[in-house]
Design a protein around this ligand. Structure first.
Ligand code: NAD
Length: 248
């Protein structure tokens, strides 16, 4: 399927980055379960909630900032370089697809990016080190240096609207896909999990690779329940073998 694909879309979830030391949403005791997310409306209306949200964010960020791309990220980057994959749609906020060499204009981050912060009023980018100094050295929650608006990590919180441009880009890439690979996602978080359904309805082939069953397994043309890094490395080896056979 991948050999034939020219516009495959890779759709990734937290399972993509567990081999890099970032726990997924469901792992018992992981920080995502210990630190329950704060709703967007609370963040906007309460200074206290903002202070708490930043504290939790920095606890998570320690882990994110230490992570490096894994074998799975590198294989996806290579598949794109070889012309099989057109876009990566990711639910992850860790920035590891970009770090593995996927061009930024081919990555669609549905839930934002946790490697920087942004003003919610004017969109101006702010660095996390500055936000941390504001909180820890100057004792105030970060406000935009440009317009004074509320600054938040550039991630999408529960209750926050999905980013319009990214949703439109993901829809366009999905409708253009000849193959849709859903990798390392429980496919339970909507609207993101709507994209594999959309691809299938649009007659793309759907492949799901995940350690455990997902809610959409019944819809897929191929389901693999295994470790993502192993599966993607095996895929790359198989592609190399096939192209060697073709040229020989
Ligand atoms: P999820 O936790 O709901 O599902 C992850 C799935 O990946 C699970 O079903 C698990 O069995 C599987 N998995 C874990 N490691 C695997 C591996 N090595 N090989 C194969 N399968 C593996 O995650 P989700 O569907 O992405 O939704 C959770 C939400 O939390 C998303 O919105 C995501 O943005 C966010 N999140 C992001 C990160 C990150 O940026 N790395 C980490 C945790 C959660």
């Amino acid at each position: 399927m991948v050999q034939r694909a020219r516009r495959a879309v890779v759709f990734t979830g937290a399972g993509m980055s567990t081999e890099c030391g970032i726990p997924d949403f469901r792992s018992p005791g992981g920080f995502w379960t210990r630190y329950k997310p704060i709703e967007f409306s609370a963040f906007m209306s309460s200074e206290e909630a903002r202070r708490e949200a930043w504290k939790r964010f920095f606890a998570i960020h320690e882990n994110l900032s230490a992570a490096r791309p894994g074998a799975g990220h590198r294989v996806i980057s290579e598949l794109m370089r070889r012309g099989h994959v057109s876009h990566v749609i990711t639910q992850n906020i860790d920035g590891l697809h970009a770090a593995s060499g996927v061009p930024p204009d081919r990555i669609i981050e549905l839930h934002g990016n946790g490697t920087y912060a942004a003003c919610l009023a004017c969109g101006m980018r702010h660095e996390l080190s500055w936000a941390r100094d504001e909180l820890e050295l100057r004792g105030r929650t970060p406000a935009c240096v440009g317009c004074g608006g509320i600054v938040k990590s550039a991630t999408i919180s529960f209750g926050q609207a999905m980013p319009e441009q990214e949703m439109a880009d993901a829809r366009a890439a999905t409708l253009n896909a000849d193959l849709f690979l859903a990798l390392g996602s429980s496919l339970q978080v909507f609207p993101a999990a709507g994209f594999p359904v959309m691809a299938k309805q649009n007659r793309a082939q759907l492949v799901i690779v995940n350690r455990e069953a997902t809610g959409l397994d019944g819809l897929a043309d191929l389901v693999v329940h295994a470790e993502l890094g192993d599966v993607l490395l095996a895929l790359l080896a198989r592609l190399a073998l096939t192209s060697a056979n073709h040229s020989g």
